[in-house]
Design a protein. Structure first.
Length: 277
């Protein structure tokens, strides 16, 4: 019964994501992705053919990648707020489900991690690392990911059984992150956003005029600065734009990427305006 319940919830979320995917992977977006993929493959091939004599930037990038990949991924439990009341009598079965979900999540994300790692194996070999050394790094990353996933699952448990509050909150956060990705491209129902006052930005609000004709402007600015989603995402997109401008040598490619990031930024600002109105 419990297994079928969570399978049904998994299918429901998958169906919902598939529905939104049509708006993400449309013809234009796929064309841009194929174009960027072809460019990246050509540049990657050129890098391997003309490997730099002082590859400190490549070493630093690989080090960051190997340290960040093990932390990527979350445990899908599909718990809902009402479960702590209606499934309380089935707590032992829910605990067993969470243990299985942790194992499934680890196997899935370690597979994704391995596939990404395979893409950069030529860089390791070009740096002079032997094949056995590359395999050792991959195994070490997989072991690290295992312990990280065990650490992520610890808040779900307490001495008396299941920590319903933390487990439900973690699952809600996971699903919200998925829906927020799709919200970059289309309107998505069921997204909740947090509001937080940032005292260090109050100076900006104090500079705005308090006249009635600026009411909507003040509300929009306040919502943007205190939003837990739009403000942080806008900063990240702005930072990515600056990095592209300064780090991408090909001007035409930098221009294309800047236009893409600016489009996403404008899309988010439009969504923020709609939430205020």
């Amino acid at each position: 019964m419990i297994a079928e319940l969570f399978k049904e919830r998994s299918r429901r979320l998958t169906t919902r994501c598939a529905k939104y995917s049509r708006y993400v992977f449309n013809d234009h977006f796929i064309l841009v992705l194929l174009f960027l993929l072809g460019f990246v493959l050509v540049q990657y091939s050129q890098l391997l053919r003309h490997f730099p004599k002082n590859p400190w930037a490549i070493i630093l990038g690989l080090l960051v990648l190997c340290l960040l990949l093990p932390f990527w991924g979350n445990i899908a439990t599909y718990l809902e707020p009402a479960d702590k009341h209606y499934l309380l009598v089935k707590e032992e079965e829910v605990l067993d489900h969470i243990k299985k979900a942790t194992g499934c999540a680890f196997r899935f994300w370690v597979l994704i991690q391995t596939l990404i790692f395979i893409l950069v194996v030529p860089l390791f070999l070009a740096l002079g690392l032997p094949v056995w050394g590359v395999v050792l790094v991959a195994v070490a990353m997989a072991i690290l990911k295992y312990f990280i996933f065990q650490k992520k699952a610890q808040p779900f448990y307490k001495q008396s059984g299941l920590n319903w509050t933390d487990a439900i909150a973690a699952e809600n956060k996971r699903q919200q992150s998925i829906l927020k990705f799709f919200s970059l491209f289309t309107n998505v129902k069921g997204i909740t956003s947090s509001v937080k006052r940032r005292g260090y930005l109050d100076g900006i609000l104090k500079r705005t005029k308090k006249d009635k004709k600026y009411t909507w402007y003040n509300l929009y600015l306040r919502a943007f600065l205190r939003s837990g989603d739009y403000f942080a995402l806008s900063l990240r997109l702005f930072a990515l734009t600056l990095l592209v401008i300064f780090l991408v040598p090909e001007k035409w490619l930098a221009m294309v990427l800047v236009v893409v990031f600016d489009y996403l930024l404008l899309f988010q600002l439009t969504a923020d305006r709609q939430s205020v109105v």
